[in-house]
Design a protein around this ligand. Structure first.
Ligand SMILES: [Mg+2]
Length: 403
């Protein structure tokens, strides 16, 4: 066989029914030849099947046979002669994940337009999830992932969708440790504000928290100030706050699914270990770092025991946990929303700003602004279908989409 043999591209489209693929291949089998490539998809019972085969001695006879079979199946077929395999894909390959709720055609048009503008090619598109978020993954070649990320981040903001660009390499399959912030990331709201409500100083604390998360205040100093306001609060308030905590939607699904795949989890929080350790135990999280509130005679003293877990402390905890888990920092995913997560997000292999402050969204590798934590799995190449299948096997039921 020469380097560039004559080949035929057969594209069969029409209403799907059992046995289409086997019927087509039985016909091809009679002519010998080798299958060089094959892609098949079904969208709402409509089948598109593309097969690239080496041409037989008598291509015309094969073409006739294939057309006859397509007629019998009531399908449409095109047979195109050419040479060799597919054109090789360009360098600079990326996975581009687009999340929308809903995902509008206008947004897809804009994203695809920007990809075309830089001369890159979309080689494949597949759906990762349909509900409650629509997620699609584009396999793109011919553009440097870092420059593509900048261009698509701008368009994502205009279109109000999330777009994540990751280099297409083996590393994505090797992610092994997920490090999560707690307040407003793993759980809804801020634990310190829930405590402040019990202590009757919510307004004062909330004002400082908001400024700290925007990066306007030194985190340690602002935390110590806020904790001082809690002085005298009964320690039992910590239990009541724990009982009131609501996890972010999709948190349990994400942890459960990724643990099945052997991922380890860590929580790293500028909040309080009295609460975060219980969350870690509840979810089966392997590592946890947070601040220890000092309790004397059943009441908070308004002080923190030991060092404060601040912005630098969070990044240090990520490195420490990665080492304890026996993985490189390149194999870590960090998720956070506040300015004190910035160092941790940049230390990780993949830093995800989750419904984050603008300063964090700008700095992170990627932003997720849908309110579902499990949407992060789509960025790791795991589809909702796979998650649901695994859940069904384990006896969990997942809510069905409305349409
Ligand atoms: Mg947070």
């Amino acid at each position: 066989m020469s380097d560039h043999p004559q080949t035929l591209l057969i594209t069969l489209t029409g209403k799907d029914r059992p046995g289409v693929t086997s019927t087509l291949f039985s016909t091809l089998a009679a002519y010998g030849g080798a299958v060089l490539d094959i892609e098949q998809i079904v969208l709402r019972r409509r089948l598109v099947l593309g097969v690239l085969v080496t041409a037989p001695r008598d291509p015309k006879a094969l073409r006739k046979a294939v057309e006859r079979v397509a007629g019998e199946l009531d399908m449409h077929v095109e047979v195109e002669s050419g040479t060799g395999d597919n054109r090789s894909r360009g360098g600079g390959r990326s996975h581009v994940t687009v999340l929308g709720m809903p995902l509008k055609a206008k947004a897809v048009a804009a994203i695809a337009g920007r990809i075309a503008d830089v001369g890159a090619n979309i080689d494949r598109i597949e759906r990762m999830a349909r509900y409650p978020v629509t997620a699609i993954e584009l396999h793109v070649s011919g553009a440097d992932p870092d420059s593509l990320r900048l261009i698509l981040a701008e368009e994502a903001a205009v279109q109000e969708v999330d777009v994540a660009v990751q280099p297409a390499n083996l590393l994505r399959h090797g992610m092994r440790l997920v490090v999560m912030d707690v307040d407003s990331t793993l759980v809804q709201g801020e634990v310190i504000e829930m405590l402040a409500e019990h202590a009757g100083c919510l307004d004062d604390v909330a004002r400082v928290t908001e400024a700290a998360m925007r990066g306007e205040l030194d985190f340690e100093q602002s935390l110590r100030e806020r904790v001082a306001l809690l002085k005298g609060l009964e320690a039992s308030a910590l239990d009541r706050v724990y009982d009131d905590i609501v996890l972010s939607p999709g948190a349990r699904t994400m942890v459960r699914t990724l643990k099945r795949l052997g991922y380890r989890f860590a929580i790293v929080s500028g909040g309080f270990s009295q609460v975060t350790d219980r969350i870690a135990a509840d979810l089966g999280i392997d590592f946890a770092a947070a601040n220890d509130l000092e309790v004397v005679d059943g009441r908070l003293t308004g002080r923190i025991v030991g060092d404060v877990v601040d912005r630098a402390g969070k990044a240090a905890a990520l490195r420490r946990f990665a080492e304890q888990a026996g993985v490189t920092t390149a194999a870590t995913v960090a998720i956070g929303d506040g300015a004190n997560d910035l160092d941790m997000l940049s230390a990780a292999g993949l830093g995800i700003a989750f419904n984050a402050k603008p300063v964090v969204q700008k700095a992170a590798d990627t932003s997720v602004n849908v309110p579902y934590l499990d949407a992060i799995m789509y960025l790791l190449g795991i589809s909702r279908e796979e998650v649901e299948a695994a859940d069904a096997e384990a006896g969990y039921t997942t809510p069905s989409p409305p349409v």
